[in-house]
Design a protein around this ligand. Sequence first.
Ligand code: CTP
Length: 404
Amino acid sequence: MLSGKKILIGITGSIAAYKIPFLIRLLVKEGAEVQVLLTENARDFVTPLTISTLSKHPALTYPFNSADGSWTNHVELGNWADLMLIAPATAATLSKMANGLADNLLMATYLSAKCPVFFAPAMDLDMYNHPSTKKNIEQLKAFGHRLIEPQVGELASGLTGAGRLEEPENILKIINAFFLHNNELTGKQILVTAGPTYEPIDPVRFIGNHSSGLMGFSIAEECANRGATVTLISGPTHLKSDNKAIRCIDVISANEMYEQTIKEFAHVDIVFMSAAVADFTPSHPSDKKIKKESGTPVIKLKPTKDILLELGKLKQKNQILIGFALETDNEIENAKTKLNTKNLDLIVLNSLKDEGAGFGYPTNKVTLINNSGKKWEYGLKTKKEVASDILDVVTTMIKKGQAF
Ligand code: CTP
């Protein structure tokens, strides 16, 4: 699957470096050509001989060889790679990457690399959670680099938490997926809505729902990772995206989301309507705080605009509309009805009956149904994985011309 791909790995000084020889073996087995840079500290954890034997290339640490006066050309190495992976990336190396501190061959090569860069942090949980580490990671993501998140588990310190280097098999999966899907959606303009909406009762109170926005943000991220330009219209959430390919528009109420979505719709190829839009809003929100003395208020509601229904009416032949359905009973039937009445190409159904799925969970269990009645059912997965499954179906539909 990786035949002909050139992968440059940078190993830094963490105990998790012991996992990298396994990764190199897996990559080479898949047909990739692998070259490896080690920092001096990394050599304490994994030997250059192991690395050079497995990668079939010299293990590189020093910019100069004093014995013969030769120079390792970091610019050439940086240009050679189709993908650079820094794994494990220590807190020190993350800091150097974020600040451009080229004090070793790995860093000089990183600064010269023109290819996509992935980084997989590994460190103790308190180091990982330190604001400076978080800030450096945000900076690297803002550079367009891809974070391979550390796993939660037992750490070398004996503590348990986030900081374990992702397993080699999973890093391989991420690299494979990158080469498979990279640029798949290049040139596509995609609109994603996410999160809840808040409907004002008075200046301090609102009617909202439990949506965290994670499903929509994961979809936006996955679209950007596949090369699309994304507009993300989000209701109030704690999430933020610093991906350069994602333009964020923050809204609060269903009506604001309606206005922004309609404004953007004409310019986009694909819409993922994953926001949990309120169906009702107070008819007469008070402009002053409602006081107790006035007695128990009766709040009269009026329906909001069904944004997706409106988009379905406006949809052109070359646009793809994807809706979501959150159901508690008659799930498939209800989802199919929404698919038809809202003129959708695909609907993502999640049932509140499924344990661990839907609002407030990091996981979701979905069934996709397209407008020809074809169904795709999945098990419980992280919302990131669900986003990738949804995008796989959408890109297959585009390739087969079904969705246009
Ligand atoms: N939706 C929308 N505008 C609304 C309500 C919902 O665009 N005012 C969209 C949602 O973003 C979702 C789809 O419609 O993609 C289905 O939402 P859901 O809440 O499951 O269904 P509703 O159409 O609101 O119907 P009901 O609440 O009666 O199930």
